[in-house]
Design a protein around this ligand. Structure first.
Ligand code: WQD
Length: 347
């Protein structure tokens, strides 16, 4: 464990905040950069409730190159970074591609530019299984070909990985790991932090929990004519706490010099695929709630199935997801009830 401080960009976001908790519980001292565009300062309180430690926080927009430079001059000891800060709504990226290229690519370049001035920087990049598109073979290994992205969002993850790889090629002292997430879901078991989608949720689980709590009338299941057992699409749903712990493992790998080379990629999933209908059944079981839904047309750009081959993460990274779909859905439901209670108290 390093005594130096770790920077977590986007550290007040969904996966970022859970990773901050895991880092603090592993003994790391954390500094968060977040511009609050898709998160809230309340999350800082949630993190403190869980760990008893309030991370240092800087409200910085990483699109401001000077602000990024000033940050690294102020925090000159920081050379370990976990980079979550990015826009992540697939649909929005189709409608507003330049927002995504600026917010997801320029910011990455500015952070890497500062890290490259350091003697031994270590960088963990938040990537996504979306880089595989519809893989030809399942489960999906890290050697599966990266396909033409279905959205500008997915393209920014592919470009981001290439930028990092090219940086590692010309600077052997710069070490990086790209973590390709499958479908992150759930919340911290204390329900002090969780997913806070703004507006109508795009993702399945927050839409399910908002429907179950009565905020949404019914869930639309996007298609039941896929070539799967029950006709609905299959994904690898991974508990956000398993994902958070993987980031600590990946950073520790680089700090302890366990990497095989200075740019590595790992798939982070459970290795198990579940269909939309299976998720609904599991949610009804763990929540005791009946979930109203209707079958509608497929969503543009959706793939049939994706689930991870976890061999490399298990055997090389030394990490394995150990929470189940039921655990994740239980935590998501508990979190939704807390959010609902807070909204009622605020009104
Ligand atoms: C899951 C399944 C939908 C909503 C995206 C990004 C990925 C990552 C996770 C950022 C699909 C179905 C969904 C609904 C539904 N994001 N669905 N009704 O599309 O697999 O992945 O989010 O990193 O990069 O691509 O996740 O939760 O949107 O959908 O039937 O109201 O649920 O069709 O089969 P997805 P999702």
């Amino acid at each position: 464990m390093s005594s130096k401080r770790v920077l977590v960009t986007g550290g007040l976001g969904f996966i970022g905040s859970h990773t901050v908790v895991a880092l603090q519980q592993e003994g790391f001292e954390v500094v968060i950069i977040d511009n609050l565009s898709n998160s809230s300062l309340d999350v800082l309180g949630g993190i403190t409730q869980i760990t008893g430690k309030t991370p240092e926080f800087e409200n910085i927009d990483l699109r401001d190159k000077t602000a990024v430079k000033d940050f690294f001059e102020k925090y000159e000891d920081i050379e370990d970074v976990i980079h979550f800060a990015a826009s992540k709504a697939v649909g929005e990226s189709v409608l507003n591609p330049l927002l995504y290229y600026e917010n997801n690519i320029s910011t990455l370049v500015y952070v890497l530019h500062e890290l490259n001035k350091k003697p031994s920087a270590k960088f963990i990049f938040s990537s996504s299984c979306t880089v595989y598109g519809q893989a030809d073979e399942l489960p999906i290994t890290e050697n599966a070909p990266v396909k033409k992205a279905e959205s500008p969002y997915g393209n920014t993850k592919q470009i981001g990985e290439e930028i990092i790889n090219d940086t590692c090629k010309i600077n052997v002292d710069f070490k990086a790991i790209a973590l390709r997430y499958f479908n992150p879901i759930g919340a911290h078991p204390t329900a002090e932090i969780g997913e806070l989608p703004i507006g109508t949720p795009q993702n399945l689980i927050p839409f399910i929990t908002q429907t179950a709590i009565g905020k949404r009338e019914e869930l639309s299941v996007f298609g039941n004519d896929y070539p799967t057992d029950d006709g609905t699409a299959i994904r690898d749903y991974i508990h956000v706490m398993d994902l958070a712990e993987a980031h600590v493992t990946a950073l520790s790998r680089l700090i302890n010099g366990k990497e095989k080379n200075n740019y590595e990629v790992f798939n982070l999933g459970t290795g198990k695929g579940n269909s939309v209908l299976e998720v609904i059944q599991s949610f009804e079981k763990v929540s005791g709630q009946n979930l109203p839904y209707k079958i509608v047309d497929r969503r543009e750009g959706d793939i049939t199935a994706a689930y991870a081959d976890t061999t490399k993460a298990n055997e090389e990274l030394g990490w394995k997801a150990n929470r189940s779909l039921d655990d994740a859905l239980q935590s998501a439901w508990k979190w939704q009830k807390v959010v609902e209670k807070r909204e009622e108290e605020d009104n």
